[in-house]
Design a protein around this ligand. Sequence first.
Ligand SMILES: [Zn+2]
Length: 434
Amino acid sequence: MKKNIAALLFFAAGAASINAQSYENRFERPLSEVLNEVSQRFGVRLKYDVDTVGRALPYADFRVRPYSLEESLTNILSPFDFKFVKQNDKYYKIKPYEYARRTEADGEKMLAYLSSLYADKDAFEFRKDSVRKEVRQLLELDEYMSRCVDKPTVRLSKVRKFDGYSVRNFALETEPGKYVCGSVYAPLAKGKHPLIICPNGHFNNGRYREDQQQRMATLARMGAVTVDYDLHGWGESAAQYEGKVHHTADAHTIQIMNGLLILEYMLSSRKDIDKTRIGVNGGSGGGTQTVLLSVLDDRFTASAPVVSLSSHFDGGCPCESGKPVQLAGGGTCNAELAAFFAPKPQLIVSDGGDWTASVPRLELPYIRTVYDYYGKGENVTNVHLQNERHDFGPNKRTAVYDFFASVFALDAKAIDESKVTIEEESALYGLKRD
Ligand SMILES: [Zn+2]
């Protein structure tokens, strides 16, 4: 009854503006006015991440469907390339079109489409070869690589020894006069060790943050050599470039290139790396880069993308989607790119509080079907933390430790983050010296 009264009041108030419209002016009305009315009519709050000022909506009231808020919003917003995102039954956000983000329903349809392209290993391998080549081209990776110096200068800090591991910073020359900086965490024990390349995400304070140091050092205490490095335009990279270079398409390719150059540097300069055990692991944007590195270099033997993998979100930063990688092969998504790693061991860490919430229902079954083509369905695993949100918290790090302990035969007894020394940011610099 309340709803009916609200609707009657709404019609009484709206009659004047409806009368003012005509066929001659295409029944045009200000967009903000129409949205306000829709908000009242359906009893929902709208929050705007877009500017509606000065925008006029043709055939305005004809776009409203009295029986459906969402159909009305779709009709009203589509002429402006805006969209709505439901927060709850009473609250919707109005946003600009996001090319890198789709709905879970879109992801489901995409995976069904991709699954229709192959039903066995041969068909999948054929698809994989062509998409991988196209991904490389879309990144313009070879062009960027051709600008790099042949014999890069490498600056190394002194080695700092801690409980069961050591840390040494490096600055590796990429393009002439430009350096990617990072730190190598190594076990104290002699002998051959697996190597884990760890691209970073956008967590506060980048690679210098506490949980990053805990993960890098703990994996080293367990027996792996781990390497992290700055995002392009973050940390020590920021001082080497003008302006906000991270928010450019360049960042996408340069970060991938840096990961590949560091892999090459580690394998060519160190005698203590076991080349049959090469891992890649990162969270969020670092997870996006993890999958891409695994696509671009066959030397990786185990991969662990954390809180990133999704069929309906490519990663919203230009360093994840600045180059149109997802257009490869007539249309792909990060879940298919991760499936290209089959049948090698892969751990997908997901949670209930971000776009990875769909992993157990959508992405994991799809990727496992691909692994089954190789008779290795058990080689892709998922740790899903339904009550957690988007971070690289203790349970996610533990999942990573357990995975690499298992696939690289690391010492699981050495999992103890209390033994890790958290260093000051400046102690981890590869170029700057105090
Ligand atoms: Zn980024």
